[in-house]
Design a protein around this ligand. Structure first.
Ligand code: SAH
Length: 261
């Protein structure tokens, strides 16, 4: 069916069957799995997931794709024609009985908010296997000391274990986007059950508020009321920039700061 691609929805479709199968294999999907897909497009990835998984729920914001998707007559898939970002998590999760895996060729204009919607609020996601822009993928997996290390790397490390499972040339998409992509697989692990991820994320946002500024600059600006206490908490680290600190160091400081803010 002819489709008018909508840039505003981040529509870049994949049709290469080998690539789609490889993505499902990166996600380690089998019949015991329930899968959430975000952005069905014309359903090319959905078809593969439908064959491999026990159940698939696939969100698509563009209702013009409804006829194409429904004509696929997929046996194990439910399509939901709604904005996955706006949809309350509870509604999304009401489709699943237990835990589930996320597999998606994500719309790039909302990659981070979509990932954090699930990471910060859900306790039921087992893993995420997402196609993102290559630059974002590198930031997601970067380690302390590497060029791409920052807020995104630290939050992803907080929630699990990420790896880039493959790089994907931009020519694999239709229409061809400006940049190459990569598939990132994140196994979620409950490493810090006693820390509220959402609050920790806000603390990190404060630490990283202004790029290239020291923690002292960023934190005294974000937490003016505890400005005088900062040097006794952070010591010499206060003169560092946030990208010079490890996840464990941030956790250590957060545990002190959380009681004061
Ligand atoms: N999975 C398909 C399409 C990927 S393109 C493939 O691999 O070919 C991303 C898709 O996400 C587009 O179809 C776009 O319409 C959809 N989309 C964009 N924003 C969305 C949102 N907020 N909620 C649900 N779907 C969205």
């Amino acid at each position: 069916m002819k489709h008018n691609f909508k840039k505003k929805f981040g529509q870049n479709f994949i049709s290469d069957k080998n690539l789609l199968l490889a993505m499902a294999s990166d996600a380690k999907i089998d019949k015991a799995d329930s899968v959430l897909e975000i952005g069905a497009g014309q359903g090319s990835l959905t078809k593969v997931l439908d064959e491999k998984a026990g159940k698939v729920v696939s969100y698509e914001i563009d209702s013009e794709l409804k006829d194409t998707l429904q004509s696929l007559k997929l046996k194990n898939t439910i399509f939901v024609f709604k904005d996955a970002l706006k949809e309350p998590l509870q509604n999304i999760e009401s489709h699943f009985e237990g835990n589930y895996k996320i597999v998606a060729n994500l719309p790039y204009y909302i990659t981070s908010p979509l990932i954090f919607k699930f990471l910060n609020s859900s306790k039921r996601v087992k893993s995420l296997t997402v196609m993102v822009q290559k630059e974002v993928a590198k930031r997601m997996v970067a380690k302390l000391g590497e060029k791409d290390y920052g807020l995104l790397s630290i939050m992803i490390e907080f929630y699990g274990q990420p790896n880039i499972s493959r790089y994907v040339d931009k020519k694999m998409f239709l229409p061809v986007p400006k940049v190459d992509s990569a598939v990132v697989h994140i196994e979620l692990i409950d490493k810090y059950p006693d820390i509220d991820g959402q609050k920790f994320y806000r603390f990190l946002q404060a630490c990283f508020a202004m790029r290239r500024k020291t923690l002292q600059n960023n934190l005294s600006h974000s937490y003016p009321l505890i400005k005088d206490k900062l040097s006794s908490i952070f010591g010499e680290d206060l003169k560092k920039r946030s990208e010079q600190l490890s996840l464990d160091e941030f956790i250590k400081y957060y545990k002190i700061i959380e009681k004061l803010i």
